[in-house]
Design a protein. Structure first.
Length: 488
């Protein structure tokens, strides 16, 4: 029996080598020479472990389960974002990028055997229940999370709509774990929301980057202009707790505010992984100032947008340092039902910065203002999760020699803290517009309400007004002339 399973395992391993080589050549288009000699010692060890499990494990295990677990383990050992997608997971991924899927509405990762919330998605059970970026989930119903794989934990959190699950959560500032009950739902994510904060100043929130996000953004900006009855004097672009999504959507959003130049480029071992995206002429808000709000829950595609606008000095980045996910995952179908999600490249901002495990450092750091009921918890006990905290995270190639330097010194685009005032764009004076003069009597009350509701947004609006004022005066200042009327 032992010999028979060893032969079987060796045969399966040989088939896997052949299949893997075929996938590498046909899907990845590797222009590398396949190793002449396979790793025989390692394959023999794999075969030995396989046969021992089949012979001696306390319960009989199916060959398919063993091989699937071996594949999962092989991928999870690479980095936190590479994984095997079975039929159900592959289908959910395809549906998820379109903006509708089933679940709780949280982006999660795993560290030291526990599930950590990267960010809750707006208007989902998780967000409505008050889950926050950095929350640590230690129990799912009556099942401890410790020892589970991320896939196992996610499967427990999924389920039929209208069924409930209890999460035991640990949060910074709380002296003991607390229970949150969530009711599963079909998640329909509207990726773009917008409104006027005040006359002339718009607010656009992008909750995730989906296939139609760029189109939705442009429609939202047009709607704000119509509501304002004229061009906007500035916008706040809110990317807080945006876990990312489709790369092309991030490129499209960046392009909406840039006239020219690089947006992002990627580098990987495979030639197909080396790409560069550039902006097309045309700024959808004609050079009006932009404040981008970010926090620890802003990841991946959000960081592409923030990095591009920061490097081009097109926007001021305000908030907290972002998550730091600077890698690109490619979904490679194995057949009609299953696939491999594999990290194939790192992406870089226009100035050549890698965000991997470093994040985007805001030009103005602004923490959310809140009153803590309990100050007894040691600071930093449960800090929000970032890419750099994840085990096996990819290294940052542009920071290898600068690890000991302050964060600001690590940013090649140091001048990006102050956006340049665009020229020859719908100039406005610093006189109050008719809309400003017609402000309602309770405007101050509305401002106070905004400050209490969202302090970071309140301050972002103030910063935006300051940028607009400076830009307006620069554009309205006449050129100095000499006594004889000649321009100096």
């Amino acid at each position: 029996m032992h010999t028979r399973y060893r032969i079987l395992a060796g045969t399966i391993a040989g088939i896997l080598i052949g299949a893997t080589t075929s996938i590498s050549l046909n899907v990845f288009a590797f222009k590398q020479t396949v190793q002449a000699a396979p790793p025989l010692d390692e394959l023999q060890q794999f075969s030995e472990v396989y046969s021992r499990i089949k012979d001696s494990y306390v319960e009989e295990v199916k060959d398919k389960d063993l091989m699937t677990n071996a594949i999962r383990g092989m991928l999870s050992g690479l980095d936190p974002h590479s994984s095997y997608l079975d039929a159900e997971e592959f289908k959910e991924l395809q549906v998820g990028t379109s903006g509708e899927f089933g679940g709780l509405g949280i982006e999660v990762g795993m560290e030291d055997g526990f599930v950590k919330v990267i960010s809750p998605i707006d208007d989902t059970p998780a967000q409505k229940a008050g889950l926050q970026s950095g929350d640590l989930i230690i129990r799912l119903d009556d099942t401890p999370v410790k020892g589970m794989t991320l896939n196992d934990a996610v499967k427990l959190m999924r389920g039929k709509p209208d069924t409930s699950i209890n999460l035991m959560v640990v949060r910074e500032g709380k002296d003991k774990p607390f229970k949150v009950t969530l009711k599963r739902a079909i998640i329909q994510v509207k990726s773009v929301k917008s409104r006027l904060l005040e006359a002339g100043y718009g607010y656009v929130r992008i909750t995730s980057f989906q296939a139609k996000t760029t189109e939705a953004l442009l429609e939202a900006l047009d709607g704000l202009k119509k509501e304002n009855k004229g061009n906007l004097r500035g916008i706040v672009l809110d990317l807080r707790n945006n876990p990312g999504g489709v790369l092309n959507a991030a490129v499209g959003v960046s392009d909406a505010f840039l006239e020219t130049g690089k947006i992002v480029y990627t580098e990987g071992r495979v030639e197909d992984a080396k790409m560069e995206y550039t902006a097309n002429k045309g700024d959808s808000i004609t050079g009006a100032p932009i404040v981008v709000l970010v926090n620890q829950g802003s990841a991946s595609a959000s960081e592409i947008v923030a990095g591009a606008l920061q490097d081009h000095k097109r926007a001021l980045i305000v908030g907290q340092k972002t998550f730091g996910k600077g890698s690109v995952q490619t979904v490679l179908p194995l057949d009609e039902k299953t696939a491999v999600k594999l990290t194939t490249a790192r992406y870089f901002t226009p100035a050549g910065r890698s965000i991997q495990a470093a994040g985007i450092v805001p030009d103005i750091e602004l923490k959310p203002l809140k009153v803590k009921e309990n100050q007894d918890t040691e600071d930093g006990a449960f800090d929000p999760l970032s890419e750099a905290d994840l085990s096996k995270h990819l290294s940052n190639p542009t920071q290898a020699d600068d690890a000991a330097k302050p964060e600001k010194a690590e940013t090649p685009a140091e001048d990006s803290a102050k956006p340049e005032a665009p020229s020859d764009k719908d100039a406005v004076t610093d006189d109050k517009s008719a809309a400003d003069k017609a402000k309602p009597a309770d405007a101050d009350k509305a401002k106070k309400g905004l400050a209490e509701e969202d302090y970071q947004l309140f301050e972002a609006l103030n910063i935006l007004k300051g940028m607009d004022l400076v830009q307006s005066r620069l554009q309205a200042t006449p050129e100095p002339k000499s006594a004889d009327g000649k321009t100096l």
